[in-house]
Design a binder for this molecule. Structure first.
Ligand SMILES: C[S@@+](CC[C@H](N)C(=O)[O-])C[C@H]1O[C@@H](n2cnc3c(N)ncnc32)[C@H](O)[C@@H]1O
Length: 238
């Protein structure tokens, strides 16, 4: 499938949803949990805050955040696909003391009010969106001035950055082709995970993401490489 085709991307995540968490744990050796914790650490969630998890998938980050904003706060998880949101709702039902809401919608045009949130995360979402610039503008629009956002995703190493970046890119290719796709094949989803490499090929480089964030109105931003540069996190202040 082609990256940037919203309907095809949504269908892909509808199909993956029942296996998504299991595969995530397996393919990252559980490391995605640590990277997500880094996003939470940047956000510094506090009791009473209203937070947003865009492209929330099965809701693991939203659940962590909901624990941190107690008492008085709430977290809204938004995703385009229904199947991951159903998994998220079941998880939330097992933690009824958490103030969580789920909404099916488009991260590029959420329909939510301006400056309505005290912080936001987007994990492994930006790469899947048809227009990253528009996504960052929408993210900025939803945040009150001074609010923080963490945008976590695969990092696309800049080939112009020298040998170490080229080595990371080579390892990333090996990881995606020799580990991720064959593992996904075992559970009947090879073409879905082959999409990962295709989506990364057109993903903006770190410097480009920062420029887009600046153009979207964020007044402060940095890009932090994680896992030796395999992953990256935009740390933004609205
Ligand atoms: C790789 S998953 C990440 C899920 C979760 N944030 C995580 O880190 O595990 C990407 C998610 O983005 C969602 N998505 C794709 N396009 C979207 C859009 N235009 N608006 C909202 N969500 C979208 C997909 O349905 C999918 O659940």
């Amino acid at each position: 499938m082609k990256p940037g085709d919203p309907e095809a991307v949504r269908e892909l995540f509808e199909r993956i949803a029942p296996r998504y968490d299991q595969l995530n744990d397996l393919l990252s050796l559980g490391q995605h949990r640590l990277w997500k914790r880094q996003a939470v650490a940047w956000l510094q969630p506090r009791p009473g805050q209203r937070l947003l998890d865009l492209c929330c998938g099965t809701g693991d980050l939203a659940l962590i955040l909901a624990e941190k904003v107690r008492p008085g706060g709430c977290v809204l998880g938004l995703d385009a696909a229904q199947a991951p949101l159903e998994v998220a709702s079941r998880r939330a039902a097992a933690n009824p003391w958490l103030a969580l809401q789920w909404q099916q919608g488009d991260a590029l045009a959420t329909g939510l009010a301006d400056a309505s949130h005290d912080g936001a995360v987007m994990a492994y979402g930006l790469r899947n969106l048809a227009d990253p610039a528009m996504a960052l503008r929408e993210l900025h629009r939803l945040l009150r001035p001074g609010a923080r956002a963490a945008v976590l995703d695969f990092n696309r190493p800049d080939p112009a950055a020298g040998r170490s970046a080229q080595a990371v890119a080579a390892f990333q290719r090996f990881y995606l082709r020799q580990l991720v796709v064959p593992t996904a094949r075992l559970v009947g989803l090879p073409e879905h995970y082959a999409y990962l490499e295709a989506s990364l090929a057109t993903f903006p480089l770190a410097a480009e993401q920062l420029q887009l964030a600046h153009q979207a109105g964020f007044r402060q931003g940095s890009h932090r490489p994680l896992a030796g540069g395999l992953m990256g996190m935009l740390e933004l202040v609205a």
